[in-house]
Design a protein around this ligand. Sequence first.
Ligand SMILES: CC(C)(COP(=O)(O)OP(=O)(O)OC[C@H]1O[C@@H](n2cnc3c(N)ncnc32)[C@H](O)[C@@H]1OP(=O)(O)O)[C@@H](O)C(=O)NCCC(=O)NCCS
Length: 166
Amino acid sequence: MQRMLHYLLDGTLVTIRPIEPGDKGLLAEGLRRLTPETAYKRFLSPKVRFSDAELAYLTEVDGHDHIAYVAVIDEQLVAVGRVVKTAPDTADLAIVVGDAWQGHGLGSWLARLLAAHAAIEGVTRIAGTMLADNRPALRVMKQVSSDIVYDDLSHGVREIVTRLAA
Ligand SMILES: CC(C)(COP(=O)(O)OP(=O)(O)OC[C@H]1O[C@@H](n2cnc3c(N)ncnc32)[C@H](O)[C@@H]1OP(=O)(O)O)[C@@H](O)C(=O)NCCC(=O)NCCS
């Protein structure tokens, strides 16, 4: 898929493109710039650096069972979103937007793009796992689809599954 240009709600122009193996440095730098709180919300554990194996897993994706996009502003990676199939019809959605860029519509836009791409690959159910009080993440999940087929809250973590429209 080609690069796409997207305007944030404040008018900033963002380049959105599929992640590439050559993005390992950008990804590592992107994680270093996240606040600990944002990194924790994304990974549900403290995360300060990626191992080489993690960087390979996160950037060397097949575009079918594992689809990932990056958002770039001024050559800096400002957001990453991915869907990873866990069954032929189900995929986990995970997104992180850099702290300075949160609340500008980027997470919602990435989520809808990823859901559309996943649907082309046969996915009909999108799953997400988030801290129980993470309202923006829940909103993003509901923007993908308001048809919630599973919603579980346990030990401060919420798991939600939505069904995509046919
Ligand atoms: C969750 C996250 C991806 C959302 O992306 P975003 O670009 O900040 O969110 P958007 O601007 O697209 O807004 C999405 C929704 O959250 C709401 N929202 C955004 N920031 C908010 C805040 N600080 N408090 C409450 N609601 C907020 C928006 O109003 C919007 O809801 P709406 O559709 O009802 O208007 C982003 O905040 C993030 O990276 N958080 C840390 C990592 C994380 O939590 N990832 C999700 C689990 S994998």
